[in-house]
Write a protein that binds this ligand. Structure first.
Ligand SMILES: C[S@@+](CC[C@H](N)C(=O)[O-])C[C@H]1O[C@@H](n2cnc3c(N)ncnc32)[C@H](O)[C@@H]1O
Length: 253
């Protein structure tokens, strides 16, 4: 499932040569890193966020307009942290597709009872019909796509007219005390504790990689302008607790 990418693509971050040197290698790296880390993902996520992981995702979904009865797609669903909460919100009359390229991650989502509609696929080429969802969410996975523009066109295709988009990301401030604390925690404390608690080298490296991708990610203005360029209406970035970006937009009605 290696995607061919255009030379002129809008990549979410530059090449990170410590981990890979070309696009095929980046995709192989991500596949094996998430596969090997899947069993540890929930517990690491829980302690590294001081237990706020589920609470925050619920707040963001409700703030962005997810409601009972909606059909929703959770893209880059991982172990289903967003999907599980979304299923509670949409209730029995709604539906949540949980989509991820990693079999390991998606298996955890199924085993944890957070999804009953798992779909293996990448954001850039989703195996879901046109105009089939009212709400599409991507939680902390935007940095892993190959091309923002291709991804956002695909999101527009999937959404019904008037449908809503939510992208959750971590956006480190460029300088100051909050940046110092966040970097110390995410780049040094989390990888070291991950090594101590899991013994997994792959998981340790993945958390170092994650910080590097957060830090090297294109600026929020680029995410917003790319959403507008592909045809989303009202794209904007809402910042919560100085570090969490919630990008929202909707498909023209
Ligand atoms: C940090 S996890 C986020 C999981 C979940 N959304 C959450 O909120 O915890 C990132 C996920 O993105 C997935 N991913 C990697 N490349 C992707 C792509 N091209 N399209 C969609 N998901 C991708 C990974 O397999 C992984 O499960």
């Amino acid at each position: 499932m290696t995607l061919q990418v255009d030379e002129n693509r809008v990549a979410p971050h530059p090449v990170l040569s410590r981990y890979y040197t070309d696009e095929a290698q980046r995709q192989r790296y991500l596949k094996s890193a998430f596969q090997e880390t899947a069993e540890h993902y929930d517990s690491i996520n829980n302690w590294m966020s001081f237990g706020s992981d589920r609470w925050y995702r619920r707040q963001a979904l409700v703030r962005s307009g997810l409601q009972a009865g909606m059909r929703m797609a959770d893209v880059g669903c991982g172990t289903g942290l967003v999907s599980g909460i979304a299923r509670e919100i949409v209730g029995p009359s709604g539906h949540v597709f949980s989509i991820d390229p990693s079999l390991g991650m998606i298996s955890e989502a199924v085993a944890g009872g957070r999804t009953i509609a798992p779909v293996v696929g990448k954001a850039e080429a989703l195996p879901i019909a046109d105009e089939s969802v009212d709400f599409l969410c991507m939680g902390f996975a935007l940095r892993h796509v190959a091309d923002l523009e291709v991804t956002f066109r695909e999101y527009l295709r999937l959404l019904k007219p008037g449908g809503k988009l939510l992208l959750m990301e971590l956006t480190p401030p460029r300088k100051g005390f909050v940046r110092f604390c966040l970097k110390t925690h995410m780049r040094y404390v989390v990888p070291v504790l991950t090594r101590v608690f899991t013994g997994s080298k792959a998981a340790t490296l993945l958390y170092e990689y994650c910080w590097d991708t957060f830090d090297m990610c294109v600026p929020p203005e680029k995410v917003v302008s790319t959403l507008a360029a592909v045809g989303f209406e009202g794209p904007s970035q809402h910042v919560v607790i100085r570090v969490f970006s919630e990008y929202t937009a909707h498909k023209p009605a």
